[in-house]
Design a binder for this molecule. Structure first.
Ligand code: ATP
Ligand code: MG
Length: 402
């Protein structure tokens, strides 16, 4: 097994940060996901740095820093137009209520820091000269494609129950299996997930659903019973999602598919989405798409729907239909959209003010109603979007009294 690697681009770029810490007499390493991913031959975007320097010491070395999570020992350093997160080696001692601790203890030892990490494949460190520091056989587990808790799985999941969701998430992202004892511990401690904030669970759940090996992640999520401690999860729907071939591209697709396969009635959909603490914007988009998908399973692409829902969500609707195995046609949606005569009421050749002036009636609800009718007629191309044509049409249809 290799113990030294050549630092490639993202690591090279961040090397000056390590150099400065080392020159000041501290230890500094690349740690976590970036080390795992480079060993797997995957693309690495951002690198995490761990150091023996305490946050105050880090701040003395670098002139430009931002306290992003100083209570956990993380300082953001700005160097040559780039930002880097530097976290002090730490241990997490007092765990309360199966959640990650509020307070941490800074330490000077790399090994101590790696010991508090979740899985062996995430507990690797890479030094400035390319040496790999592997105290927990992380490289062996990478080779064997195994997710294994650092130390005793039972204890690690009791310390922070979110790690159980992370196990399923990494299984889905990496296509790895979960080691036997770690799986046992998942089964035994799944109920502890109840103590974890839904926002944190949601992040891992979505990463699991978006993973390339979704079925693997879901298999563990289902068989260990983790799903029972997530709001509104339906076993049959999850099993179906595990068996679908198409990958999800967006959170919207994930939630819409969950709603549709779990047959959550429209009236209960909002409550379900709220229980996961999704943003109002996302909830609204999911509800819209949920409705258009249901509509599209029964009818062809509708001009009016494409107009009101917009291009992005109309395409999303077709993608979800495709995921669910229904006939779909993204190109037709694009074509219909491009050929729309207008894209909103604002595009109408007659404004509300102009319409008001044509009538002797006081402004009121009638105004909106007439504009709605004009809008529909224009979208359906029964009426040309031209002021004269619209005025003639209104008069013909006796929509105003002059
Ligand atoms: P990604 O590529 O998705 O960012 P990652 O491995 O970098 O994957 P992060 O959530 O960014 O995952 O966490 C960074 C590192 O911090 C992990 O690799 C792991 O070493 C450690 N870590 C994160 N969350 C936990 C946790 N709940 N318990 C223990 N260690 C953790
Ligand atoms: Mg990361």
């Amino acid at each position: 097994m290799e113990n030294k690697i050549l630092l490639n681009k993202p690591f090279q770029a961040a090397a000056p940060v390590l150099d400065k810490l080392i020159a000041a007499g501290y230890e500094a390493y690349f740690v976590g996901g970036s080390v795992r991913d480079v060993l797997l031959g995957k693309a690495v975007n951002d690198v995490d740095i761990a150091t023996s320097a305490f946050p105050s010491e880090v701040k003395e070395i670098f002139p430009k820093t931002i306290d992003v999570g100083i209570e956990h020992g993380t300082v953001m350093v700005l160097l040559d137009g780039q930002s880097y997160e530097i976290t002090t080696f730490r241990t997490e001692s007092a765990y309360q209520d199966f959640r990650r601790p509020d307070s941490v203890t800074f330490v000077r030892s790399l090994k101590e820091d790696l010991k508090r990490r979740d899985f062996t494949i995430n507990a690797l460190a890479l030094s400035r000269n390319g040496d790999i520091h592997d105290y927990f056989k992380g490289q062996e587990d990478l080779e064997n494609r195994l997710i294994k808790a650092v130390g005793t799985a039972d204890e690690r999941f009791q310390e922070d129950a979110l790690r159980m969701m992370r196990a399923a998430r990494f299984a889905s992202q990496l296509g790895f299996s979960i080691e036997e004892k770690t799986t046992e511990a998942l089964k035994n401690h799944a109920p502890l997930l109840q103590h974890i904030a839904i926002e944190r669970i949601q992040i891992e759940f979505i990463k699991m659903m978006l993973g390339n090996y979704r079925y693997k992640g879901l298999k563990h999520f289902i068989k260990t019973g983790l799903y029972k401690y997530c709001p509104g999860m339906d076993k049959a729907a999850l099993e179906q999602i595990a068996s679908l071939d198409e990958p999800f591209e967006t959170e919207r697709q994930v939630w819409s598919t969950c709603l549709l396969l779990a047959r959550v009635p429209l009236s209960e959909a909002r409550t379900f989405l709220r229980s996961w603490k999704l943003s109002n914007k996302l909830i609204q988009e999911i509800l819209t798409v949920n409705e258009t998908v249901r509509q599209r399973t029964e009818q062809e692409i509708e001009k009016w729907t494409v107009y009101t829902v917009g291009k992005e969500l109309s395409i999303e609707t077709e993608k979800i239909l495709n995921i669910l195995g229904y006939a779909s046609d993204i190109n037709q949606v694009k074509e219909v959209y491009e050929q729309l005569p207008i894209y909103s009421k604002k595009d109408l050749a007659l404004t509300g003010n102009e319409l008001m002036k044509l009538s002797d009636k006081k402004p009121g609800k009638w105004l909106g109603d007439v504009l709605d009718q004009i809008e529909k007629a224009v979208v359906y191309e029964q009426l040309e979007n031209d002021q004269k044509a619209i005025i003639t049409w209104i008069k013909e249809h006796q929509l105003i009294n002059e």
